[in-house]
Write a protein that binds this ligand. Structure first.
Ligand code: DON
Length: 576
């Protein structure tokens, strides 16, 4: 192993590799040469949202206007996945300046939140981090879309929000996909009459073909179109949100909304072999964990390995990076996170010191301040959403948005139609307690007023020198491993379609097991991994909902693909 590491360090010194958080302000000539391109694309989790994005691009909007339209439309047509009562991360690439930023519209803990607010008198976690208004962080999505429209868009909000307003006001036809997701949480939704009135008007899960009308939500969106930030965070809508939350036992106050701030952050940037990676930074763990895994893997020639060996090293790298996630990561505006250190090759080397090519490492041997209360594998699939956009000028957006679980907290603030998130559960509500995604955490991700909860959402841009990829997916803790596996595939030449349809497997340190989609691992690979001491968990279903756009700078061809596991669509158009 020593030799491999020396080779690796040689490469680092001799090649401009691994520059976490570099600014790379020099425009890449090959990108500039192709700026006068003619194809553009949108890929999202719902056909109506993809259509809305394309429409806005055809009306003269840029990728950022289209991102506003797609975000708002998904909020209307996928109430089980995202919404203006939630938050997310929008990764933006400005083609003119060859520059990237991450718009952080993550929810924040209300000012009245306390570290132990979800622990009962006996010291046990309650369900309040999951169900009802106490589970909701202060939403960031309305602030993010107004910020993006006002600073980077070309069109007025009234135009980019028009498709969403129309679909909320006039209704749209539900599919079986909606019904399946509503069924999972029907008991939670039944606790809240305002939610039932809108999402289950006849007291039961609506069938495919039912027209869902959301008049209150249409009005709130109109208010945002008219007044921007103030339309949601101040005035009439804010009053309704706060009084409804408080009446139901929640702790939101007007100052929480008034004070909400979008933050523009420098994304995580790094290199792996032929790849340049731009991905989400804290409060998302995505870019850091993915780069850590890639750093550990950079010593191997993965394509030359057999399946079992390849999976063994990838899983061992995931185990170690997810350990760091649990141990060290949290909102860096509140806690000190040594990001540069975590992303350094010397840190990767330390992690790899106990790696064995023959045996699985035991996560237990890593336990220090991260306790295990036997994290369970939770149902996680297509709650949360992702979309990718490439416009006529080469501007790019990758955005992953969430209200956390299906239909969030289940609570709709009266008279607003706004379904509130249950993102507070992404905090480490008690050190060692596993959240909905089986993730444990430490003090770094403990609740504090105004703090952002740690996320796994990982909107990402990749470049292999010739091609650019814009990608992301929902999937809770598995988001990072899904994006990682697709990044590895892209570096080996995979197309957009191959990236979204790749069989998926995952390890997140705890529980100490390889989780995989049915059929993702061959029988002989499973047998070899088991003989090495890995615990295998066939999830007996698929997970994730990835959307990818690939732009080939040489051929100038744009291709796009939406995950076959769900109902999204990818559309590529040519400018006239
Ligand atoms: O921010 C996070 O990491 C989670 N709230 C995302 C949840 C999610 O992706 C659920 N999807 N299946």
């Amino acid at each position: 192993m020593g030799k491999l590491w020396s080779a690796c360090f040689y490469l680092i010194i001799c090649l401009p590799l691994l520059s976490a958080c570099d600014d790379s302000s020099e425009p890449k000539p090959d990108v500039l040469e192709t700026i006068s391109k003619s194809e553009y694309a949108v890929a999202s989790a719902h056909p109506l949202a993809t259509q809305a994005g394309i429409k806005i691009l055809q009306e003269g909007g840029n990728a950022f206007d289209a991102a506003v339209a797609v975000t708002a439309t998904l909020a209307v047509v996928e109430p089980y996945a995202s919404g203006i009562g939630g938050g997310g991360f929008w990764l933006l690439h400005f083609a003119d300046e060859d520059y990237d930023i991450m718009v952080d519209g993550r929810e924040v803990a209300p000012f009245a939140a306390t570290r132990d607010m979800y622990i009962d008198a006996q010291g046990n976690p309650t369900k309040n981090s999951v169900t009802g208004p106490l589970a909701a962080g202060i939403p960031g999505t309305p602030a993010a879309i107004t910020h993006i429209a006002e600073n980077y868009g070309r069109l007025p909000l009234s135009q980019s929000l028009a498709p969403a307003i129309e679909l909320a006001r006039d209704g749209f036809l539900l599919t079986e996909f909606y019904a399946k997701r509503a069924k999972v949480v029907v008991e939670r939704l039944q606790q809240f009459p305002e939610t039932m009135k809108i999402f289950m008007p006849n007291g039961e899960v609506p069938q495919a073909g039912f027209k869902l009308v959301q008049s209150d939500l249409a009005q709130v969106l109109e208010q945002i179109a008219a007044d921007g930030f103030d339309g949601f965070y101040r005035g009439d809508v804010a009053q309704k949100l706060v009084s409804s939350v408080q009446q139901a036992g929640g702790i939101w106050q007007l100052e929480d909304l008034d004070d909400y701030q979008v933050i523009e952050r420098k994304p995580i940037k790094g290199n792996y072999k032929n790849l340049e990676i731009v991905s989400a930074t804290l409060p998302s763990s995505g870019g850091i964990v993915m780069m850590q895994v890639l750093n550990m893997l950079s010593q191997f020639d993965l394509p030359a390995m057999n399946e079992a060996q390849r999976k063994h090293v990838i899983v061992e790298a995931m185990r170690r990076a997810y350990y760091d996630r649990a141990r060290y990561l949290g909102d860096k505006d509140f806690v000190n996170v040594q990001v540069d250190e975590l992303l350094s090759m010397s840190h990767a080397e330390k992690h790899w010191a106990d790696f064995s090519a023959q045996h699985a490492t035991r996560s237990e041997d890593y336990l220090e301040n991260v306790l295990d209360d036997k994290p369970k594998v939770n149902e996680q699939a297509q709650n949360t959403t992702h979309f990718s956009i490439l416009d006529q000028d080469g501007n790019q957006v990758a955005a992953t948005l969430s209200i956390n679980y299906y239909f969030g907290s289940g609570f709709v603030a009266k008279g607003t139609g706004v379904l509130l998130n249950n993102e507070m559960d992404d905090f480490s509500i008690q050190p060692g307690h596993a959240n909905l995604w089986g993730l444990v955490g430490s003090e770094a991700n403990a609740i504090e007023p105004g703090k952002r909860m740690l996320s796994s959402m990982s909107p990402t841009f990749l470049s292999d020198g010739q091609r650019i990829a814009i990608l992301g997916t929902p999937g809770g803790s598995r988001i990072i491993s899904m994006v990682l596996l697709s990044a590895l595939a892209f570096s080996e030449g995979a197309s957009a379609e191959q990236m979204v349809n790749l069989p998926r497997y995952h390890h997140q340190f705890l529980p100490d097991e390889i989780q995989y989609e049915s059929g993702a691992l061959q029988a002989d690979t499973i047998a070899t991994l088991q003989s090495m001491g890995h615990v295998l968990n066939d999830l007996e279903r698929s997970y994730g909902n990835m959307h990818v756009i690939v732009w080939d700078l040489k051929t100038k061809q744009v291709t796009a693909a939406s995950d076959l596991r769900a109902i999204g669509t990818a559309q590529v158009e040519t400018s006239q």
